[in-house]
Write a protein that binds this ligand. Structure first.
Ligand SMILES: *Cc1c(COP(=O)(O)O)cnc(C)c1O
Length: 391
């Protein structure tokens, strides 16, 4: 199906139709599989005959989700996981051993930062955090034992942009790989592998489900990277996605372009309408020309974002007043949902960081992250304007 357009591939690619000829992808809610003969079981365990043996290793519904995602991303191979954090952890842990070193951008999702900053060092893997926007800092952080780079762009929640192609070049010159957490851009608007990254990870919990139901994650890379590094780790340690959750994600891919394009269009409209609002210190939106890194965005992204960073004047007290005054938009720490949601990162997702570290990560106390949903843009704008009126 590689010659079809993306929207077509997201409806048809990866289908494994059973002998019943079902129209919609089947949900294979089974732990295991039976064999006709003992010889078949032996052959399947030796990888000498195709088929499935145990859902911790693979499952037809999960395989359909993985193959459709690989088609979407333009990757050779994919492996789904129980959550986005399982995907990030597996992608990083499966590349390093004690004595190795990783370099990561400091503006990472809180739990991703814990994995590289706290967890990996406890097993003897060194870690250096850098300002991901400064290419010199990536270069200076490289050591002879550096094996992997990790970054997220646009970053959560400051919507800062990192030049993927430039960092991939530095990683490769150092003999290291680059892994990109592409949750905020979605595969619709940014293709890290085409820009030189070796591995891409997603929390499918966000825009891929898109309707706030299930947790899931996925790792995409070359067949070699997946089969030699990722697959043995996943198979033996077992952070597998439930076939039910994989089925939700698979069916959600059919509507992802419709949802994300509409949410992005609404977000662009809201960002333009609020950019000069007197109650805001500033607003950051990757789809606007006034984004500090608009030149990199033009090179590496084909769309804006469903997220806006609003910085309310008056710090935490006024940010809270604004959030509490919202009537339609709900307070949550999730994003990418059909429902518009706001988060105050300084007191929730990034609470564990000291104020100086938060400032370094671009998270002032007035910052409110808005995840734009599928509601009508006029209803959302009216709610945001009335709530800013309370500030
Ligand atoms: C949510 C998120 C994760 C973690 O995903 P889970 O599915 O919650 O485990 C990782 N990275 C980013 C950028 C996220 O937004």
């Amino acid at each position: 199906m590689a010659d079809h357009h993306l929207e077509t591939r997201l409806v048809h690619d990866g289908i494994l139709r059973s002998p019943f000829g079902e129209t919609s992808e089947a949900l294979f809610l089974t732990q295991g599989f039976v064999y006709d003969t003992a010889e078949n079981a032996e052959a399947r365990f030796r990888n000498e005959e195709p088929g499935f043996s145990y859902t911790r290793y693979s499952n037809p519904t999960i395989a359909m989700f993985e193959d459709r995602m690989a088609s979407f991303e333009g990757a050779e191979a994919a492996r789904a996981t129980a959550t986005g954090m399982a995907a990030v952890t597996a992608a990083m842990v499966s590349q390093v051993k004690a004595g190795d070193h990783v370099v990561a951008a400091r503006a990472l999702f809180g739990s991703c930062r814990w994995v590289v900053e706290d967890f990996l060092p406890s097993f003897g893997v060194g870690c250096t955090l850098v300002d991901g926007t400064k290419l010199d800092e990536w270069r200076a952080a490289v050591r002879p034992e550096t094996k992997a780079f990790l970054l997220e762009t646009p970053s959560n929640p400051s919507l800062e942009i990192i030049d993927i192609a430039a960092v991939a070049e530095i990683a490769h010159a150092a003999g290291a790989t680059l892994t990109v957490d592409n949750v905020f851009a979605t595969p619709l608007f940014q293709k890290p592998i085409a820009l030189g990254a070796d591995c891409v990870v997603y929390s499918a919990t966000k825009h891929i489900d898109g309707q706030g139901r299930c947790l899931g994650g996925i790792i995409l890379s070359s067949t070699e990277f997946i089969e030699t590094k990722v697959q043995p780790f996943l198979r033996m340690t077992g952070p597998s996605i439930s076939p039910f959750n994989a089925w939700i994600m698979l069916k959600s891919l059919e509507t992802l372009p419709l949802r994300v394009e509409r949410q992005t269009r609404t977000a662009g409209h809201l960002a333009d309408a609020l950019a000069d609002h007197p109650k805001l210190a500033y607003l950051t939106y990757p789809g606007r020309k006034d984004h500090p890194q608009a030149d990199i965005i033009a090179r590496q992204m084909t769309g804006g974002s469903t997220l806006i960073a609003l910085v309310v004047k008056g710090g935490k007290a006024e940010a809270f007043r604004f959030m509490n005054a919202l009537e339609l938009i709900r307070i949550s720490n999730n994003l990418g949902d059909a429902k518009s949601l706001v988060t105050h990162p300084a007191t929730t997702t990034h609470q564990r960081f000291a104020p100086e570290l938060r400032a370094e990560m671009g998270i002032p106390d007035g910052l409110v992250r808005l995840s734009v949903g599928l509601e009508h843009q006029a209803d959302l704008l009216a709610d945001l304007e009335q709530a800013l009126g309370a500030v």
